[in-house]
Design a protein around this ligand. Structure first.
Ligand code: ATP
Ligand code: ATP
Ligand code: MG
Ligand code: MG
Lengths: 227, 227
């Protein structure tokens, strides 16, 4: 399902170079639930952005369902980003001048879903994360954890086969966090492939396997039972 | 040091009303280290913004060192915000087009510190959070946890007497989180008053007392030893 081979990512700003990923190899099977852990700055979000087709590696290859991503055109990439993958961003990336409802509807507009059906599904999604009575609030009229939950609802709205979640519970109390992990668990049971970055052991334990990064490299992996 | 009496905060957007704080009473003594916990949306950031003189309550009063904040003019409030209080925002609030170094320097510009001394102190502050080699990076060239650490360095740069930290370790792995809590512990030992919002028990345990919020109300408090 997801195969990363000898992947390196170097950010260059003028003369400054940062190697964010160094020769990373990773294989995630269809239907697997993997957690990614590691220190701040170790390359986790960089990897997630590449897996989500939002960025390209400097070298190495990313195969998604057997297809080398570097050889796809922009229309094919847009299809993958909008219909195949649901991405929960570490900093939410909500549109600031739109309501929660509108923000959750956005991926369905790309998917060509008609307005009335969009509105109903978006309302249900907000209800599933406990925010139906905040549907009209813009992001700056929401708490930090509420924004995070809107970002999660938006990521899951097209029932994507692959869910990439970057620190989805970082701003949530343990009860709200457990409710969100319940949603991910249910989606996983229904066949979704999930890659989840977290710095909390309790959250990582919901996954089957945990992959550890340090300084841009994959350094270890283990079954979550051993955490 | 900090006294909150019968404080209510209602957000009104058109016809919509949200009571974010309801009749809150809170007393924090000088030199105390208090953690605030509670579900997502329970009013913690709203309280922090009022304590930081960034927002006003709808009713009730906030006394800071015996002075009723509602009776201070904008110059006195600016002095408090820039010199007396260090604020770590839940969403960091870094200036996007400036380097980390410049971002950390900003409070010292307000404090009238000359350029050369500012630059040296800002570099030391970045070093204390492990980011001296990222001084030239803008916020979008940093990881989530690195942005959080720049926000922390900026909040502490004027050695404020009162530190208000809203989820300061939400994006940090446990090692980076422990390093940050080490900094807060040291500042507390040197006499700072610290109010810290967190959803993690391990972080709350660094405080002396924990105050619990639910649905806009203060509902419980206990010594951190009992957590
Ligand atoms: N646009 C950029 N230009 C230069 N360096 C960058 C850029 N984006 C990220 N970096 C650097 O690449 C490294 C990896 O960043 P990344 O965001 O992947 O880390 P992370 O593991 O997600 O960290 P965190 O846990 O703090 O979110 C960091 O050291 C960061 O400073
Ligand atoms: N500008 C606003 N307009 C309307 N409602 C608002 C506004 N800002 C916050 N709220 C609401 O006030 C309530 C309290 O928000 P607050 O940000 O204080 O919560 P919090 O305890 O910090 O939550 P979290 O743990 O998720 O950060 C929330 O229900 C939120 O939707
Ligand atoms: Mg990250
Ligand atoms: Mg908050």
């Amino acid at each position: 399902m997801i195969l990363v081979e000898n992947m390196t990512k170097i950010y260059r700003n003028g003369e400054n170079e940062v190697a964010a990923l160094k020769d990373v190899n990773l294989h995630i099977r269809a239907g697997e639930f993997v957690a990614i852990m590691g220190p701040s700055g170790s390359g986790k979000s960089t990897l997630m952005n590449i897996l989500g087709c939002l960025d390209k590696p400097t070298s190495g290859e990313y195969y998604l369902d057997g297809k080398p991503i570097s050889q796809l055109d922009s229309r094919q990439l847009a299809y993958i980003r909008n219909k195949k993958i649901g991405f929960v961003f570490q900093n939410f990336n909500l549109l600031p001048r739109m309501s929660s409802l509108r923000n959750v509807e956005i991926p369905m507009i790309y998917a060509g879903i008609p307005p009335r059906e969009r509105r109903i599904k978006a309302m249900e999604a907000l209800k599933s994360v406990g925010l139906e009575d905040r549907w009209h609030h813009k992001p700056n009229e929401l708490s930090g954890g509420q924004r995070q939950r809107v970002a999660i609802a938006r990521a899951l709205i097209n029932s994507p086969k692959i869910i990439l979640a970057d620190e989805p519970t970082g701003n949530l109390d343990s009860k709200s966090g457990a409710e969100i992990m319940g949603i991910f668990t249910e989606l996983h049971r229904n066949g979704a492939t999930i890659v989840l970055v977290t710095h909390e052991d309790e959250i990582a334990r919901y996954a089957q396997r945990i992959v550890f990064f340090r300084d841009g490299r994959k350094v270890d992996e283990k079954s979550s039972e051993l955490l």
